[in-house]
Design a protein around this ligand. Structure first.
Ligand SMILES: NC(=O)c1ccc[n+]([C@@H]2O[C@H](COP(=O)([O-])OP(=O)(O)OC[C@H]3O[C@@H](n4cnc5c(N)ncnc54)[C@H](O)[C@@H]3O)[C@@H](O)[C@H]2O)c1
Length: 320
């Protein structure tokens, strides 16, 4: 009989964690998907499966949890994101690196079946081509967050090469969602713009009008993550991190897409330090290796994502 997977999601109360945990609980027995976070349990997770409070920086606590719950897979999502990291770079390095090393070491010691750890488009810096940024190119990140993600990718590949840990990873673009709040990234502005549009507020954008960045709607990001993790091992040719793309837009282009449905929506611009971060990142990504290896294909484009976001945010507003 195949071994029943028991999955630990670290950072389960974050923007990605909530939706990923709920999706995993639809595929696996909900009792076997353990959500863990520093924060109180997210309201959307309540009653859907086990929840534990965990500080991933506490290696002993993490190790005991893995043994006690017979964990076979870890999704490690806890991190300090790009905009927050620029405010405290040393802390971001410490948390993003040390937490990953804890997870990889425990995966090695306990022979876990698989580990998932997300990287980001922040690994690229000004030296990389900004359009259709290739999988393999110059990687010279200029942000604290990007430096930690690039080092993390190297550690993932190292643990795979040296110890055979089956670690898998995606370089997420900016992720757009409405269920759980974003956690301090440079692309959070897009979500704030949708919220302002449904609340009939003028939006003040922290990026310049033409700051074009790669983006993805959360249902696609969750599906990509699960498809990558479910793919047979012989389809995975990269254990650092896969480029991943859906669509790209600038604040002006997103505002125009929103105005097709909310004609009175207004935006003004006050670029701050996040504009410098955006300028060091790609505009679009070549994700052909992910498409070739495990069949990645996005379902949402800018227009269909805009319609879905507005509908869902309007419904939530009516409910509250
Ligand atoms: N959201 C995006 O657009 C995006 C894009 C690229 C990469 N990523 C990556 O995906 C991962 C998840 O991102 P997210 O947007 O869900 O972030 P988030 O900030 O919304 O969630 C992170 C969660 O981790 C928890 N956490 C922080 N420190 C912890 C600790 N010491 N122990 C346990 N839990 C802790 C937080 O409480 C939070 O709930 C991160 O690695 C991030 O770098 C996200």
């Amino acid at each position: 009989m195949p071994v029943k997977e028991r999955i630990l999601v670290i950072g389960a109360c974050g923007q990605i964690g909530v939706e990923l945990t709920l999706a995993l609980r639809k595929i696996y027995e909900p009792q076997h998907v353990i959500a863990a976070d520093l924060r109180d349990e997210h309201p959307l997770l309540k009653g859907t499966g086990p929840y534990v409070t965990l500080d991933v920086m506490n290696r002993e606590m993490l190790h005991v949890l893995v043994i006690r719950h017979h964990i076979t897979q870890i999704y490690h999502l806890a991190a300090i994101l790009s905009a927050t990291a620029e405010k405290n770079p040393a802390l971001a390095w410490h948390i993003n690196m040390q937490s990953l090393i804890h997870v990889l070491e425990i995966a090695r010691e306990e022979n876990l079946h698989k580990v998932y750890w997300p990287s980001s488009i922040a690994v690229f810096g000004r030296g990389a081509p900004r359009q259709q940024t290739p999988q393999h190119t110059i990687l010279e990140p200029t942000t604290a967050y990007g430096i930690s993600k690039l080092a993390g990718e190297r550690w993932c590949e190292y643990y795979h090469e040296r110890y055979g840990v089956d670690v898998r990873s995606l370089r997420y673009p900016g992720l757009i969602s409405y269920k759980s709040s974003p956690g301090g990234g440079t692309t959070d502005y897009a979500i704030e713009m949708f919220q302002a549009a449904v609340e009939n507020r003028t939006y003040t954008c922290p990026l310049a009008p033409d700051a074009r960045l790669p983006m993805m709607y959360m249902p696609d990001a969750i599906r990509a993550t699960i498809e990558l993790m479910e793919a047979p091992a012989d389809r995975i040719s990269l254990h650092s991190s896969y480029n991943l793309h859906a669509f790209h837009f600038s604040p002006t282009e997103l505002a125009a897409a929103i105005r097709k449905h909310v004609p009175e929506f207004e935006i003004c611009y006050q670029p701050d330090f996040r504009q410098q971060i955006a300028e060091s990142w790609p505009e679009s990504i070549d994700d052909s290796q992910a498409r070739r290896d495990w069949g990645w294909k996005p379902a949402f484009d800018l227009e269909s994502m805009t319609v879905d976001m507005l509908q869902n945010l309007q419904q939530l507003r009516k409910k509250n």
